[in-house]
Design a protein around this ligand. Structure first.
Ligand code: ATP
Ligand code: MG
Length: 418
């Protein structure tokens, strides 16, 4: 898919809504990626939708690689299911959105899916031969967050990947837990934040001593973590005490305090949900056993906000190649229209996704828009380049321009890989 700006409704903007305080949302609104519906709720415009989809695709590939099977759960949830595990009451879970059927029956709007996943899988799990199961979805979640001032990083409606593992015993669970930790690091590395994202020891809830969060260093983060540089791990402030330090074999003096964004977490659940919902399996001898579960989240839309804010410079967005909605931003300037049209036709036939600014606008505005929108490679066709039979290519963010032969797609590909 390619895109001509002259045929699209997309426009960059000078102004952002007065109540928008988050830098990531301001930038994305100005660059024409998202529209603010209300606090914590955003519309993903064509460019934004492509970024979200690209991030989701990286996550999907890594989840498939560890044996995850993708499905899609329902957003509407029956109250009874959540009463079984005592997670319906607002005293217990305070960020539900709830609604009612015409006949008064109460429903919940999905904020996580442990209960419904176990319930749905209960039809398929009887014996040890049916396990382990690893299922995941990439779906909008709804949470009545008290504060939604961090743009895409804290939505009331947001996109999450949630995977659930159902294993036969602790050992099988542990193996998967380690495997998915590695997969998470591959995801963050592919998104360009591998070197600033730490596996972080966090509160384990009631099933295990600790859980693992994945925290990315960022000044705008809402979490405080303590980083152990040498061991490439961190400890969430919530659990920093002598016991944790002893468990990890580290000293308080080796830690540095940092602000970070939680971009994912993985949670041992024990058998709480499966036991409560009455789902067990039988072994070779027909003996009944509890299922050991884990849940594994990644904030897809939060990552989009984080990447936007993290890589941006004073001119605008700067996307990593794998995430960018288009790889090439082709700009035609006066006298370069024919050359640009020709190159666009070639790019359309290739798999180099291209956004083409063929609008009748000033060179200054078109170049500023290209900077703001943040595609990795800008190619400019002008009267001068047309005369020379070359085009001017420059990588975002350095902006250093070089001339390449018109139609040399392999040179373009090489620049994108550099
Ligand atoms: P937080 O402490 O930030 O509220 P959480 O512990 O509630 O996160 P989970 O319920 O485990 O998070 O959700 C899994 C992932 O979904 C989180 O690691 C985070 O990346 C993302 N996430 C959670 N809440 C939001 C939100 N309101 N907006 C965007 N992403 C979110
Ligand atoms: Mg939360």
């Amino acid at each position: 898919m390619d895109m001509r700006l002259s045929k699209s409704f997309i426009k960059t903007k000078k102004n952002t809504p007065k109540d928008e305080v988050a830098e990531n949302a301001k930038l994305l609104i100005r660059a024409g990626y998202i529209h603010k519906e209300m606090a914590g709720v955003y519309v993903y415009l064509p460019l934004g939708k492509r970024v979200l989809e690209n991030i989701a695709q990286v996550v999907r590939e890594e989840m498939n690689a560890v044996g995850g099977e993708e499905l899609q759960m329902s957003v509407l949830q029956p109250k009874e299911l959540w009463e079984t595990t005592d997670r319906w009451d607002d005293e217990k879970v305070d960020n539900w959105f709830k609604t009612k059927l015409k006949n008064g029956t109460e429903l919940g709007v999905g904020l996580t899916h442990e209960e419904p996943i176990v319930d749905a899988l209960s039809d398929y799990i009887n014996s040890y031969k049916d396990l382990p199961v690893y299922v995941y979805q990439i779906q909008s979640k709804f949470r009545n967050e008290v504060r939604a001032k961090s743009g895409l990083m804290r939505g009331r409606e947001f996109l999450m990947k949630d995977l659930y593992s159902l294993s036969r015993d602790e050992e099988e669970h542990e193996r998967f837990y380690e495997k998915i930790t590695t997969a998470y690091h591959s995801i963050y590395a592919r998104l360009g934040i591998g070197d600033i994202t730490y596996t972080t020891v966090a509160d384990g809830g009631i099933f295990s001593k600790y859980s693992r969060e994945f925290q990315t260093l960022s000044e705008v983060g809402e979490d405080t973590i303590y980083v152990h540089e040498k061991n490439e791990i961190a400890v969430n402030k919530e659990v920093l005490n002598d016991e944790v330090l002893a468990d990890l074999g580290i000293e308080r003096s080796e830690l540095t305090e940092e602000t970070a964004v939680e971009v994912g977490n993985i949670f041992p659940l024990g058998s709480k949900y499966s036991d409560a919902l009455g789902v067990f399996y039988t072994d070779e001898n027909d003996e009944k056993h509890s299922i050991v579960m884990g849940s594994y989240g990644i904030g897809i839309s939060r990552l989009m906000g984080l990447l936007a804010e993290h890589f941006a410079d004073e001119k605008g967005l700067v996307w990593p190649v794998d995430v960018a909605p288009f790889k090439v931003h082709l700009v035609s300037l006066p006298g370069g229209e024919n050359q640009a049209d020709q190159l666009y036709a070639q790019l359309e036939d290739s798999d180099i996704e291209t956004i083409y600014d063929d609008r009748d606008m000033s060179a200054g505005m078109k170049l500023a828009d290209a900077d703001l929108m943040g595609m990795p490679l800008r190619i400019v066709c002008s009267k001068r380049t047309a005369t020379e039979g070359k085009v001017e290519a420059s990588l975002r963010p350095t902006g250093n321009a070089e001339l390449i032969d018109t139609g040399d797609l392999s040179a373009i590909q090489k620049l994108l890989e550099s």
